[in-house]
Design a protein around this ligand. Structure first.
Ligand SMILES: [Zn+2]
Ligand SMILES: [Zn+2]
Ligand SMILES: [Zn+2]
Ligand SMILES: [Zn+2]
Length: 449
């Protein structure tokens, strides 16, 4: 159904143009690869000798620490080559960040600086922001190259969906539509090939989703969740934020459902569980079920395709409104009578790209916040939280503005001010291995297991 011109290298895993030793890496999004290469030196650039602590402390304070992925990277020392000097520098940066945040906690939540901290929607982890600007630099020549020679879309089609969207967002309306049409055809071709020959096309499908090749070593999935823990236990846990724990539990519960669908070949129910974001597809891969991964990849590609079609429709509509000539590149979708390639997608259901892993976590966040606030209205709930670890700053920022103004908000503020102060003292007075910098990473960014 696609007028496929000469397929680009990325479309043919068995092509002679791809070195046999590393077919998988040749199939990865070039920008993902570049960002990973540059990102590997992030810790060195931010916390290495001779770096300024002021800038990194500022972004730690403004962005409330690191996201889960980068927080894990720092916490476990991945790629850090942790030495005493560096852990001291990380500790120092967090101590300075605490000094910046502390006065804001004294303010009312309607204070402008405080509002920026607690209601900020554009909050980005400093390491993610660095990844994005690296991606922007890597995408610029690909975008310019494609604009010069639009017939040669090999590099454009090699991009993962996330990096393709970043590239497309910087194009004017008409070329954006052309690029999306081209990329859509590549996604549809990959989805079709995946159903015909999953082994040969899995790497390509995963590259479009933004994943590494399937031969990468992946750690095992977490054990199935023990029965969901009661709020009292979560509140008093000594080493983790209760909301982070609840989200971790929701994630394990979701994975259990996905595992069940995989083990019982319940592809018709897969859409109830299937992930499509990079993070949760990675979680699904850890289940180690090849058939399930095929279904997940097909689901994600179908979702990407649908999202691109919706974008195209609105671009074509906008072009028509501005009375431009009908774009020659536009090929409206042909209705097929036979069964669609992705059996994972429910028939006759308007497809909305929605990662079920993200959905499960979002529901857990809202539910736990409501339950937690209810508990904190009673002295026993406040007492339990005061005995436990307390909230991470990310979740404190989520909860504080919605907490009842009187007792609960004052309690949360005073409790966490005290926690931050004692952490700051430990960070500045410790030396080498005794510096609790891991705790600082957890206290800021949270720690969903
Ligand atoms: Zn990418
Ligand atoms: Zn990050
Ligand atoms: Zn948390
Ligand atoms: Zn997700």
């Amino acid at each position: 159904m696609h007028e496929l011109s000469e397929p680009p290298a990325v479309r043919a895993p068995q092509s002679a143009r791809i070195p046999l030793q590393s077919p998988a890496s040749a199939l990865r999004c070039p920008v993902c690869l570049g960002v990973e290469r540059i990102g590997a030196t992030y810790a060195e650039r931010s916390f290495g000798p001779g770096t300024s602590m002021t800038a990194i402390a500022e972004s730690i304070a403004d962005d409330l620490g690191f996201c889960e992925r980068h927080g894990l990277g720092l916490g476990l020392g991945l790629g850090l080559g942790l030495d005493a000097a560096r852990s001291t520098r990380i500790a120092h940066a967090f101590a300075v960040a605490i000094a910046r945040i502390e006065p804001l906690l004294h303010e009312s939540v309607v204070d402008e600086r405080c509002r920026r901290l607690f209601f900020s929607t554009g909050r980005r982890c400093p390491a993610c922001a660095a990844d994005d600007s690296a991606a922007g630099r890597l995408l610029a020549p690909i975008r310019q190259g494609w604009l010069r020679t639009p017939d040669d879309a090999g590099e454009l089609e090699a991009l993962c969906r996330h990096h393709f969207q970043s590239l497309a967002s910087r194009l004017a309306l008409e070329p954006r539509g052309r690029a999306i049409q081209r990329y859509l055809e590549a996604v549809e071709a990959a989805a079709q090939e995946l159903t015909r020959s999953p082994d040969a096309w899995m790497a390509r499908a995963l590259a479009l989703i933004g994943q590494e090749a399937p031969d990468e070593v992946i750690a095992g999935a977490p054990d199935p969740d023990d029965a969901s823990r009661r709020m009292q236990d979560l509140l008093a846990a000594p080493d983790a934020c209760p909301i982070c724990q609840a989200i971790g539990g929701a994630r394990r519960h979701w994975l259990q459902g996905l595992r069940w669908a995989g083990e019982h070949g319940a592809t018709e129910y897969l859409w109830l569980f299937a992930p499509c974001c990079v993070r949760h597809v990675a979680e699904a891969r850890r289940l180690g079920n090849a058939g399930l991964l095929e279904g997940v990849a097909a689901f994600a590609l179908a979702g990407i395709g649908e999202q691109l079609r919706q974008q195209l429709a609105s671009i074509v509509h906008e072009l028509a409104l501005s009375q431009q000539a009908k774009p020659v590149w536009h090929r409206p979708r042909r209705r097929r009578r036979d069964k669609p390639a992705a059996a994972a997608v429910p028939a006759r259901r308007r497809f909305v790209l929605c990662c079920q892993g993200c959905e499960a976590e979002a529901i857990a966040l809202e539910r736990t916040c409501a339950e937690l606030l209810e508990c904190l209205r009673k002295p026993r709930g406040r007492d339990l939280l005061a005995r436990g670890h307390g909230l991470c700053l990310r979740h404190l920022a989520h909860l504080l503005p919605i907490a009842a103004q009187d007792t609960v908000r004052v309690f949360l503020r005073d409790l966490h001010l005290a926690r931050l102060r004692s952490l700051q003292t430990a960070l500045t007075s410790g030396h080498g291995a005794s510096v609790p910098w891991r705790e600082a990473v957890h206290r800021f960014g949270g720690w969903p297991e």
